[in-house]
Design a binder for this molecule. Structure first.
Ligand SMILES: Cc1ncc(C[n+]2csc(CCOP(=O)(O)OP(=O)(O)O)c2C)c(N)n1
Ligand SMILES: [Mg+2]
Length: 330
């Protein structure tokens, strides 16, 4: 396993990063189990294995910034909001959900914490983030917008149009392409002539970097500089984070990817590149945490999830008469 280099990072920071990643991991594993049992009925695209980038980014964005996500955004949402309760309720269609039970897993929002929304139309939040960044610039704020999207979104025309616009207008937006090598069942090399998407930023003269997307300590260090630059210089930036999802494209099953088996690759990523283990192992070696301490931390998180689940089950469902409420901002 290629462990994260944790030198120079305080134990406070390391524990926070570990806690956030573990909260996402455990919540998603819980949701996976409930999708499997049929208790959760909305389609869930799980991001197990992709916890590091949103967690590192969440350390540098605030409620006045705007972060946008995709069909696979439990990780982005939880990193920004820590709202386990609102997410779980939302997957059950309950009024207590973060989208009042009307969105389900793919439409999450919490503007009070800077999460501007997730949208399942591939590539759709890229121009939305650009629009938010334009407003931020026109209002002379130092806020920034962030759009998370997958490698598949780089095949959408709207991404290229948006890249041209933000480069020309120099808007404060951070594009984070989570390149997990697959768009549903198709490997990127079956769809594109290269496995990296970085060339699209080059073509539009946007600052860019490719990073190990599963090394949270590295991302924590790099994003500090990158986000600082976007904020201070009001420029766009493209970050490609290389990662891998453990579950199938949609649903709770591991490996099965709309009929495609990825067993060997998946085993490699799980054994060597698990973002949680890559942080936990060096913390253990440096006696910042014990095995028992890790178990206690995980147990606390599991209890919180279990409680959130129990509470959500008791909550009322969203009702039809409210379907047209909150469609428009005012
Ligand atoms: C415009 C559009 N085309 C097709 C789809 C169907 N679809 C949903 S997710 C997905 C794959 C997206 O792959 P990627 O962007 O790499 O994200 P990942 O699923 O890997 O996180 C597709 C084709 C869609 N939702 N929107
Ligand atoms: Mg992908």
């Amino acid at each position: 396993m290629h462990c994260s280099d944790i030198s120079g990072l305080s134990s406070d920071i390391l524990f926070r990063l570990l806690h956030k990643m573990l909260t996402i991991r455990e919540t998603e594993e819980w949701i996976a189990q409930k999708v499997g049992s049929g208790d959760i009925k909305c389609p869930c695209h799980l991001a197990v294995g992709q916890e590091a980038a949103p967690v590192a980014l969440s350390e540098y964005v605030t409620a006045s910034d705007r972060v946008y996500g995709t069909h696979r955004s439990h990780n982005h949402y939880l990193a920004m909001t820590d709202d386990v309760e609102g997410l779980i309720s939302e997957t059950l269609g309950k009024e207590s959900g973060c989208s009042r039970g009307m969105g389900g897993s793919q439409h999450l929002i919490k503007e009070s914490k800077g999460f501007g929304g997730s949208v399942p139309i591939v590539g759709a939040t890229i121009p939305i983030a650009a629009g938010a960044a334009l407003a931020m610039k026109m209002r002379n704020t130092s806020s920034i917008a962030v759009a998370f999207f997958g490698d598949g979104a780089t095949e959408e025309g709207v991404m290229h149009e948006t890249f041209n616009m933000v480069a020309k207008m120099q808007l404060p937006v951070c594009f984070v392409c989570e390149n997990n090598l697959f768009a549903s069942h198709l490997h990127i090399l079956q769809r594109q002539p290269a496995s990296s998407t970085i060339r699209f930023a080059q073509a539009h003269k946007i600052n860019h970097i490719q990073l190990d997307g599963n090394d949270v300590a590295l991302l924590y260090r790099k994003l500090k500089v990158i986000i600082g630059k976007i904020r201070k210089k009001c420029v766009p930036y493209f970050i490609e984070v290389m990662t891998y999802r453990w579950k199938g494209h949609v649903g709770h099953l591991e490996d099965m990817d709309v009929g495609l088996k990825r067993s060997e690759d998946l085993e490699f990523w799980k054994q060597h590149c698990d973002p949680v283990m890559r942080l936990y192992k060096p913390m253990l070696e440096q006696t910042l945490i014990s095995e028992e301490g890790f178990d206690i931390l995980r147990e606390e998180i599991r209890r919180r999830i279990q409680f959130a689940w129990g509470t959500a089950l008791q909550a009322p469902y969203a009702t039809e008469d409210k379907l047209l409420h909150w469609v428009y901002k005012n």
